[in-house]
Design a protein around this ligand. Structure first.
Ligand code: G3H
Length: 198
């Protein structure tokens, strides 16, 4: 990988309410974060941007694309956020109260826990790896590519480049006001975390 910019979507209505899953829009603050990303990356050359199929990912990518002269945006379902199955749309508090057994099992082993009717980090891994492979293939030998992903997705992608014990992967901090820049070639390995808002 020459330059991979790994961005998380901006704040959404569901983030604000503490709900998981769904397909909610960005909040005004989320749109501002997207605009700030657009300003930050203006002047960079990012010919390929990959999003998920979710609105929050598209809405975050839009201002970045606008700031580029040549940029192909491709939505890959492989980068859609973890499917929380029966817990989609719930707050963690709701899960704790209505499905306490599920809540406890997830706390015991977050990496291997799989939501009933949904996914877990362990089952997410092959699809994120597939998405990454597609993104690298589609961007050919371009100098840079960007992925506008989600919390669990970005944790998996980061763990692909940085060694992490599997049990730590679901706890990697993925802020919405910073992005990761990863360069990984035979000659050079670089990993930076950059804040793009004031
Ligand atoms: O469900 C969506 C979240 O972004 C994943 O977070 O694995 O820490 O619950 P979590």
């Amino acid at each position: 990988i020459r330059n991979l910019y790994l961005v998380r979507h901006g704040q959404t209505l569901y983030n604000q309410e503490g709900r998981i899953g769904g397909d909610s829009d960005l909040t005004p603050e989320g749109f501002e974060q997207a605009e700030a990303l657009g300003r930050h990356f203006h002047g960079f050359s990012i010919p390929y941007v990959f999003t998920s199929t979710r609105k929050r990912s598209h809405q975050t990518a839009a201002p970045i694309r606008k700031g580029q002269t040549r940029c192909t945006v491709t939505a890959l379902p492989d980068f859609d956020e973890i499917n929380a199955g029966v817990c989609e749309h719930m707050r963690y508090e709701d899960i704790k109260n209505t499905l306490p057994e599920e809540y406890r099992s997830r706390q015991r082993d977050k990496y291997n826990y799989v939501y009933p009717g949904g996914e877990g980090y362990v089952t997410l891994k092959p699809r994120v790896d597939r998405g990454l492979k597609k993104a690298l293939f589609l961007s050919g030998n371009a100098e840079a590519l960007m992925i506008v992903g989600h919390q669990a997705i970005n944790r998996m992608i980061l763990s692909h480049f940085l060694f992490r014990r599997t049990e730590d992967v679901p706890y990697i901090y993925i802020p919405q006001d910073q992005y990761f820049h990863i360069t990984s070639t035979q000659k050079k390995k670089l990993f930076e975390q950059i804040r793009f808002t004031g």
